[in-house]
Design a protein around this ligand. Structure first.
Ligand code: PLP
Length: 396
């Protein structure tokens, strides 16, 4: 018999099967985790095209990068996240990673091996579906902290702080730096300050997942507020960065994982251990996307262009949120849809039930996850009114 004869069938990972099978030409896919332009098409940033052409024209060789990747990329990624004047830059151990997921994986493995406290990581309830899986596979225990309030479709701020306060001292907390996935609900800067104080009082370790810098508000500094505030307040955080969304480099798999250390000497030791972790995982990361990102981050004209393009993507998302809300109100919906515009980033948590989401798919050919999350990136000026009508018919 085959060695795999007893392997059970796993559940399907994505919801696109039903969408593909639907033959209606006005079907809408709001399950995608990638930006789409106003015609519903994948978007390659012009700054990325220009940087890629420069990279190709320079006819570099294809030798291996070092274990921690392309240094021009990681140096610039650190500046982008922490800020050019950050005290963390001289004491930062950073490695290129296989996008954000790979950064979380290295981070989880690093904490599992080297964190001196309990090997339990607290993630928000709910969180990006992959977080629990990644951290469990790293050998960490995963616990949840309160985050989302179903009744207000907003942040359960009191619950969150209460859970920070009741976790054992020195616990590991994972925070979404901005554009929380799946809810689109972020703490305000004032709330972040209180959260920081609570984390500090308990001696917890903060691990930030920043998958959407610039993509949330349209401003890379605004979106890095929480990360930079924690560092300024003396936290030696760990950080995962992704360039999938803000540069549209999804398939290039470009990200970074970094550890803020006490000083340069500690940084050297941490860096050696990060290398020891990465080497048996995949030896060293791919170079092409890192060269593109480095070209953008290190060339002032391309960098300025990129900032405008990131803002363009964020603005389109913000506009689609407003249009969806307007359309629902014009149809006469009596529900309060203000959460659609107060939430931020690629995803909106509609508050629709799993049954209502099933109905959207079956009766209106609108596909998204059953938790009520829709990808605002899938909304266009053309499909927004049909989407609003469908939601109105299902929910009123
Ligand atoms: N973290 C969060 C919160 C995300 O939403 C995503 C992507 O959807 C990721 C990390 C990782 O994405 P990638 O591995 O493509 O960078």
């Amino acid at each position: 018999a085959s060695a795999w004869a007893k392997i059970p069938q796993g559940p399907p990972v994505r919801i696109t099967e039903a969408f593909k099978a639907d033959s209606f030409d006005k079907k809408i896919n709001l399950g995608v985790g990638a930006y789409r332009d106003d015609k519903g098409k994948p978007y390659v940033l012009p700054s990325v095209r220009a940087a890629e052409e420069k990279v190709i024209a320079s006819r570099l060789n294809k030798e291996y990068a070092g274990i921690t990747g392309v240094p021009e990329f990681t140096k610039a990624a650190a500046v982008l996240a922490y800020g050019a004047d950050s005290s963390a830059l001289d004491r930062l151990a950073i490695t290129q990673s296989i996008s954000g997921t790979g950064a979380l994986r290295i981070g989880g493995a690093f904490l599992a091996r080297h964190y001196p406290g309990a090997k339990t990581i607290y993630i928000p309830q709910p969180s990006w579906a992959n977080h629990a899986a990644v951290f469990k596979d790293c050998g960490l225990e995963v616990e949840k902290y309160a985050y989302y309030n179903k009744d207000t479709i907003g942040l359960d701020y009191e619950g969150m702080v209460a859970d920070i306060n009741s976790a054992p001292d020195g616990s590991i907390f994972l925070f979404h730096a901005c554009a929380h996935n799946p809810t689109g609900v972020d703490p305000t800067p004032e709330q972040w300050k209180e959260i920081e104080a609570a984390v500090k009082a308990k001696g917890h370790h903060a691990f930030f997942d920043m998958a959407y810098q610039g993509f949330a508000s349209g401003n890379i500094h605004t979106d890095a507020f929480a990360v930079r505030h924690f560092v300024a307040e003396g936290h030696n955080i760990t950080l995962s960065q992704s360039f999938a969304k803000n540069m549209g480099l999804y398939g290039e798999r470009i990200g970074a994982f970094s550890v803020v250390c006490a000083d340069a000497e500690e940084r050297k030791r941490v860096d050696s251990q990060v290398k020891i972790l990465v080497r048996p995982m995949y030896s060293n990361p791919p170079i092409h996307g890192a060269r593109i990102a480095a070209e953008i981050l290190n060339t002032p004209a391309l960098y300025d262009q990129w900032l405008i393009e990131v803002k363009g993507m964020a603005d389109r998302i913000i506009t689609m949120r407003a249009l969806l809300k307007d359309n629902l109100e014009k149809l006469g919906s009596k529900h309060d849809w203000s959460h659609i515009t107060s939430q931020i980033g690629m995803f909106a948590y509609t508050g629709l039930t799993p049954e209502q989401m099933d109905q959207l798919a079956k009766e209106h050919s609108v596909y998204a996850t059953r938790d009520g999350r829709i990808s605002v990136a899938g909304i266009t000026s053309e499909n927004v009114s049909r989407l609003a009508e469908a939601i109105f018919k299902v929910k009123g």
